[in-house]
Design a protein around this ligand. Structure first.
Ligand SMILES: Nc1nc2c(c(=O)[nH]1)N[C@H]1C(S)=C(S)[C@@H](COP(=O)(O)OP(=O)(O)OC[C@H]3O[C@@H](n4cnc5c(N)ncnc54)[C@H](O)[C@@H]3O)O[C@H]1N2
Ligand code: MOO
Length: 424
């Protein structure tokens, strides 16, 4: 890979993403209680082993009856039915209906044999009469005030889901709709991919622990906490590791130790051309494979990626903006793919740029953006100051705005490509 510090091979972001995805190791499966499955990704396809509903289900509170028997019914000429029974939810009907008979039925209850429609309570004279007890209903009659069509207010077997249908693909993230499906089909425990364990290392003599008081020239380590949030959001299990020392030998042994339990290593800082850029020094002496160390992008051009003992190492830039963007564009797709996603790259769309972006660049820029919808059009503008070293605007970003390479930047009103930062 040539001189590791200078003269690096610069590749396009798309090529870098393709190289990362080539080395994805799919996580193993585990079963977790459904109550703990939110946000996890399914390790198996889910198929319907029964239809939904699995019985003919009433859609309203009313009377089940034979539609043909209601011919000519109206407010002025009600048709009277003998009431056979009351069918609550969860209870099988006792009788099948004969002609001229109706059964009082609740929403969600089993429609009895012989019935092919349910008339709403409001379309009967039942409401107009004195309240009766359920027991007396059995001996009662009801007047129907409207003619019914066969099938009205009945959900047939399999209306919602046919038996054998594929409901959810493997890799699908479990949200409320997926949890409802899993519960419907009896998954008290759900097959999911194990969370990738991600060890997060910072580098740099200037870094203080969060709890330390500020001292001249020193700053608190914010990248590790930012990245831990990103890892959690992407479905991983982050561990913030002690800061790496300046000595490449010690860095190598700290990372090697983490490889024993971690699935993914992430470091921040130390990838540029400074005298103390320890990751660069590590790459010169380790027995892993470096797959790239320079990308045509800003921020994060020195972002590096390699594999060591088959496990990935993302060496992100130390600048907070570069670290954030590097994770989103490279490490998050890796984690998604390891968790079974068939579509791990971020979602691309387009929007109207709402403010001039006057800074040209030799490389495409991925600018932290804030979007809003105005008169049906998505508009985006930079979330704030956008230098790589700026941390404060990361909180306002909901997308990255792609400003193509060139001397001009982009003008307000231009159609720009945006990259979603939402976990899908
Ligand atoms: N002569 C050159 N200098 C630089 C170049 C270059 O090409 N030639 N590239 C610049 C670019 S672009 C970037 S990005 C940075 C990348 O530097 P490193 O990845 O080696 O990161 P550091 O030098 O260690 O730190 C950069 C910056 O970020 C702060 N930092 C680091 N870690 C943390 C952390 N955990 N939490 C908060 N802030 C952190 C650090 O204090 C520095 O200010 O290099 C440019 N220079
Ligand atoms: O490429 Mo540096 O990462 O601009 O910020």
């Amino acid at each position: 890979m040539g001189n590791l510090k200078f003269g690096r091979e610069t590749i396009r972001l798309e090529e870098a993403q393709a190289r990362v995805l080539r080395f994805v190791r799919r996580m193993e499966k585990e079963r977790v209680p459904l109550t703990e499955a939110a946000g996890r990704r399914l390790a198996e396809e889910i198929r319907a082993d029964h239809p939904v509903p699995h019985f003919r289900r009433s859609g309203v509170d009313g009377y089940a009856l034979h539609a043909e028997d209601t011919a000519g019914a109206s407010g002025r000429t009600p048709v009277r039915f003998e009431v056979t029974e009351t069918i609550p939810c969860g209870v099988m009907p006792q009788h099948s209906l004969g002609r001229g008979q109706a059964a009082r039925i609740m929403t969600g209850a089993v429609v009895p044999e012989g019935a092919d429609a349910v008339v709403m309570l409001e379309m009967t004279d039942r409401l107009e009469r004195d309240e009766r007890t359920e027991e007396s209903d059995a001996a009662a009659s009801v007047g129907v005030l409207r003619a019914m069509m066969p099938g009205e207010n009945i959900s047939p077997i399999g209306q919602e889901v046919a038996e054998g249908e594929t409901l959810l693909p493997g890799g699908r993230k479990i949200g409320p709709g997926e949890a409802a499906i899993l519960a419907t089909f009896g998954y008290s425990h759900v097959p999911v991919f194990k969370k990738p364990k991600v060890a997060i290392f910072s580098t740099g003599f200037e870094l203080l622990p969060v709890e330390a008081s500020l001292r001249p020239g020193l700053i608190r380590n914010s990248n590790s906490y930012m990245l831990a949030c990103q890892v959690t959001d992407a479905g991983g299990e982050p561990t913030i590791m002690p800061a790496l020392p300046d000595d490449p030998g010690k860095v190598q042994s700290a990372l090697a130790e983490a490889l024993e339990w971690a699935d993914v290593l992430i470091t921040t800082g130390g990838v540029s051309v400074g005298d103390k850029d320890v990751l660069v020094e590590l790459f010169a002496q380790w027995d892993g494979e470096l797959h790239f160390n320079k990308i045509e992008m800003r921020p994060g051009s020195p972002t590096s990626f390699g594999c060591w003992q088959g496990k990935p190492l993302f060496a992100l830039s130390g600048n907070p903006g570069a670290s954030y963007v590097g994770f989103e564009l490279l490490a998050r797709p890796y984690l998604r793919a390891a968790l079974g996603s068939s579509d791990p790259l971020p979602q691309i769309s387009s929007a109207c740029l709402d403010a001039d972006y006057r800074k040209g660049s030799a490389y495409p820029r991925y600018v932290r953006g804030t979007s809003r919808v105005e008169q049906g059009m998505v508009k985006v503008k930079p979330a704030g100051r956008d230098q790589s070293s700026i941390m404060i605007s990361i909180k306002d970003a909901d997308c990255l705005i792609l400003i193509p390479a060139g001397g001009q930047g982009a003008q307000a009103g231009a159609l720009v490509t945006t990259i979603s930062l939402m976990e899908k």
